[in-house]
Design a protein around this ligand. Structure first.
Ligand code: ARG
Length: 460
């Protein structure tokens, strides 16, 4: 087994099982490039503090850039006996430049190192996720444009409620993903504090310029309290929460696609390239992609709960439990990125079946509220109007009629306020057109919303 950096105090080698149990390099090697970026920033601070000479700094930097090349080309061998990514890189540097490598660890602990690396990593992930969210929102806006004239039933309780424009329905998801992006932006703002220089927990006697290292690493400022900086992981939790909410939105969208593709709805079709078949039933064309989007939500929720649980009883400051922050975050980032890509593909692939949607929009007396509103307009209090309309709906049900097919003299038996002009209130198009409040489904409102969304997307 290899010599450990803490070897000075120890009389025995580490047990093999303990090495296996405590190692993190099998997964935290993902942080290698961030670790190297941090090394360079720290090196600069050490140089300015007079801990390393100009010439030493150059040798260290050269060693680090060789290591970077090996990592990028996949030639670097990570060793579990060296525990984590930080010690692997440190050991590799020592092999290259000898004991001088040891100076790089002056005034730094793995505690501030890992807290810094992980913030760097998550900030990169968030930027990528924001790009993918942007593309998904664009896909929704494009599809919404195609759906400006398509009417479908809007549902509550999965029962026909009121007719809406397909564009309006799709823009509802646009709004959800806009807020998701906003939440990630917010997390990015709060993650902009750099722990480097906190050292193990209390700070360090070396005069390290923390403003400088923070800036070199793209943070806005150094963190304010060294104990907080090495021991909290709320920034990871925020990331996991933002991701969980985004996955929840993706899952709801996916569920609607699954429903809409079933023959009972028949509202949309998807290209073969986005569906899968059955190994036994030759006729099948299944929306597995959407189902998996829905299914993958589960692990992302689980990751959030896992880390919340890890954190809850930890006394200040660093405890090894904190190493359990990484796998949930990596898994969440991978799952979310893949899900966002595939969701944009699904949205772009949706072919709305306008005639099916339009026919469904006529089922279930979707303009009953309009009839009640009509009676209100003629002077009846809404509660009475609701009652009268209910009786008319029951009558329509008995006769197997749509509301707009009931002859005027029949309607008038329920209320003599009803006149010939009622029919324009009963039509599906009329119902949609009248919902002109800000945020409503009337075509002019939806056009405005669409224009606003398009403007937003090109401004971002
Ligand atoms: N691999 C560790 C982690 O991920 C790095 C910090 C180790 N620090 C320590 N004092 N053992 O948390």
């Amino acid at each position: 087994s290899v010599k450990k950096p803490w070897g000075g105090r120890f009389r025995e080698d580490t047990d093999r099982l303990v090495e296996e149990f405590t190692e993190s390099v099998s997964f935290d090697q993902r942080l290698a490039l961030h670790d190297l970026r941090q090394d360079l920033a720290h090196l600069e601070a050490l140089k300015r503090a007079g801990v390393v000479t100009e010439e030493e700094a150059e040798r260290i930097a050269r060693g680090l850039s060789e290591i970077e090349a090996e990592i990028r080309e996949g030639r670097f061998v990570f060793r579990a006996e060296l525990e984590d990514v930080h010690m692997n890189i440190e050991a590799a540097l020592r092999e290259k430049i000898g004991p001088l490598a040891g100076k790089l660890h002056t005034g730094r602990s793995r505690n501030d190192q890992v807290a810094t690396d992980f913030r760097l990593y998550l900030r990169d992930e968030i930027r990528e996720i924001l790009r993918l969210l942007h593309d998904l929102r664009r896909a929704l806006v494009e599809k919404a444009r195609e759906g400006l004239e398509i009417i479908l039933p809007g549902f509550t309780h999965l029962q026909h409620a009121q007719p809406v424009l397909l564009a309006h329905h799709l823009l509802a998801y646009y709004e959800m993903f806009r807020r998701d992006a906003d939440r990630f932006q917010d997390t990015l703002r709060r993650t902009a504090e750099c722990p480097l220089g906190s050292a193990a927990l209390a700070g360090t006697p070396y005069p390290l310029d923390r403003e400088l290292t923070a800036r070199l690493l793209g943070f806005e400022r150094p963190s304010r309290n060294s104990m907080d900086a090495v021991s909290d992981r709320d920034f990871v939790l925020e990331f996991l929460f933002d991701a969980a909410v985004t996955m929840m939105h993706l899952s709801r969208l996916a569920e609607e696609i699954v429903l809409w593709m079933s023959p009972e709805f028949g509202f949309v079709d998807l290209p073969d390239a986005l569906c899968t078949g059955s190994s036994i039933m030759p006729q099948k064309k299944n929306p597995d992609v959407a189902e998996l989007l829905r299914g993958k939500c589960g692990r992302v929720y689980g990751n959030l709960l896992a880390l919340l649980t890890v954190m809850k009883g930890l006394p200040l400051t660093y405890n090894r439990d904190l190493q359990e922050d990484k796998e949930p975050a990596f898994d969440t980032a991978d799952t979310l990125r893949a899900s966002l890509k595939v969701a944009a593909l699904l949205v772009r692939g949706l072919s709305p079946r306008a005639e099916r949607m339009r026919a469904a929009a006529e089922e279930g007396h979707p303009t009953a509220t309009d009839l009640a509103d009509y009676l209100v307009m003629k002077g009846l209090p809404f509660r009475e109007a609701h009652e009268v309309t209910g009786r008319i709906v029951a009558f329509a049900e008995e006769r197997g009629l749509k509301l707009w097919k009931i002859p005027l003299e029949d309607l008038r038996r329920f209320s003599d306020l009803i006149e010939e002009d009622v029919y324009e209130w009963l039509s599906v198009e009329g119902s949609v057109a009248r919902r002109r409040t800000y945020g409503g489904t009337a075509p002019e409102r939806v056009r405005e919303a669409l224009a606003q969304a398009e403007e937003e997307l090109s401004a971002e």
